[in-house]
Design a protein around this ligand. Structure first.
Ligand SMILES: *Cc1c(COP(=O)(O)O)cnc(C)c1O
Length: 426
């Protein structure tokens, strides 16, 4: 019985309509019903719709046309098929480990299309990517400069800069504060001098990554503008033109009820001015901007789907206990950096025409109350064996989750496009 006093969230239904197709009772992803896909893969499963990824890429590419190249940030979803899809669309790949380097190469990236960032690059990782070939190393600290000097081979590099507080943006603030990422803007001249003293490092650019999950177009544009200003400063300091201005990733997607999507039209409207400010500095006239999104490209295309293993009621709250939970999808449980736990969009993908008016709290099988995927979300009346799907799950899903916790099996994973299911092996 629905309790009118409970305020439920239901934003998954609007999002499912917008991103995928609903035919009769069934949500269709990549040309097949979720029910059919799960019958082939088993439950639980991550399902990624290739066409939705391509659509996100093409939309962003159209906005950035002639201004910035797109590098897919592999850590958002390092599945080979996913990286390959974005390479097919024309993206480069941004990596943060030797493992991601191997994944990018296996997916078909050319070495010169790969950028290597990350605050903890070990000597062996740097040596291996330089040996195999790499587009650029994004240097994050003095130790890295010393390692590159010790390796001694010629390498193109950019300096990652941690901007001053005035320009920090986004939900998870990665700029402005004390951080392990990059050189503080205040210390930029010392960093430039340290790199200049190493003959085998060719300083070709800068990298500024202001924050993640940015939904405010004005904040994003502001951080890009600041990066261009910093690039001009670096170019003048070294007295040479720069080739790369990496503006970072961080483009957000709507997860929670009331979230407004990033206004890409507003971003598009700001591009001519940003491009002009780049061209107005002679030492940046030949530079190319780079944007390296992960979440924006991969997130909306993914669903995490599980059968309900049990339904129970405790003190008036109805619990749907799934076969997998935060062990597969930490982010949906609110334990991957969220301050306030709000519900990811959730639907019943094989009951799309049933009214979602039954408050349900969706939990996983782990022995901890942290393993809650949605509280008081509106779903139809469901029973054990029915399916529940968590949307917006294509980025920071499986590989950002504590899969070994409680020793349950890993979920299946598949990229689905034009009715074809391509299983992903990790
Ligand atoms: C994680 C990361 C990204 C991607 O961030 P999104 O918020 O997913 O766009 C880009 N660049 C670097 C250096 C990163 O660490």
């Amino acid at each position: 019985m629905a309790d009118p006093a409970v305020k439920v969230t239901r934003h998954g239904y609007a999002l499912a309509d917008e991103l995928f197709q609903v035919r009769g009772d069934d949500l269709h992803v990549g040309g097949l019903s979720v029910r059919e896909i799960v019958s082939q893969l088993g439950s639980p499963a991550y399902i990624y719709d290739g066409a939705v990824m391509r659509r996100a890429y093409r939309r962003l590419a159209a906005v950035l046309d002639g201004f910035a190249a797109i590098y897919y940030s592999a850590k958002a979803n390092p599945a080979r098929g996913v990286i390959r899809l974005f390479i097919e669309e024309g993206a480069g790949v941004e990596i943060a480990s030797l493992g991601e380097y191997h994944a990018a190469i296996a997916a078909g990236a050319k070495p010169e299309q790969i950028l290597f960032a990350g605050p903890g690059k070990r000597h062996a990782e740097l040596a291996a990517v330089i040996e195999g070939g790499i587009g650029e190393i994004h240097i994050e600290g003095l130790d890295e400069i010393a390692r590159l000097r010790a390796i001694g081979r010629p390498v193109r590099a950019s300096l990652r800069i941690n901007p001053v507080p005035a320009v920090q943006v986004g939900a998870m603030r990665m700029g402005g504060k004390a951080t392990a990422f990059g050189f503080d803007e205040e210390d930029l001249d010392a960093a430039i001098a340290a790199v200049a003293a190493v003959p085998n490092i060719e300083l070709v650019g800068i990298h500024v990554y202001g924050g993640t999950q940015i939904l405010d177009a004005a904040a994003l544009i502001e951080s890009w503008r600041h990066a261009i200003t910093l690039a001009a400063r670096v170019a003048r300091t070294i007295g040479r033109p720069l080739a790369t201005i990496d503006l970072g990733g961080g483009l957000g997607i709507p997860y929670y009820e009331g979230d407004r999507p990033l206004d890409l039209d507003a971003v598009a409207a700001a591009i001519p001015d940003l491009a002009a400010s780049m061209r107005s500095e002679p030492l940046l006239a030949g530079a190319r901007a780079v944007v390296e999104p992960g979440r924006f490209l991969a997130g909306p295309a993914g669903l995490y789907v599980s059968e309900i293993n049990a339904v129970k009621t405790s003190r008036g709250v109805r619990f749907l206990v799934l076969e997998g939970g935060m062990n597969h999808h930490l982010a949906a449980s609110g334990n991957l950096g969220q301050v306030i736990k709000r519900n990811y969009p959730v639907v019943a993908p094989a009951h799309m025409t049933a009214t979602p008016d039954q408050p349900a709290t969706v939990v996983g099988p782990l022995c901890t109350p942290l393993d809650t995927l949605a509280r008081d979300t509106g779903l139809p009346a469901l029973a054990a064996g029915d399916l529940v799907a968590v949307l917006q799950s294509g980025a920071y899903g499986l590989t950002a989750s504590p899969g070994h916790f409680l020793s349950h099996p890993a979920p299946a994973e598949a990229l689905v496009e034009d009715g074809r299911i391509e299983r992903i092996a990790r």
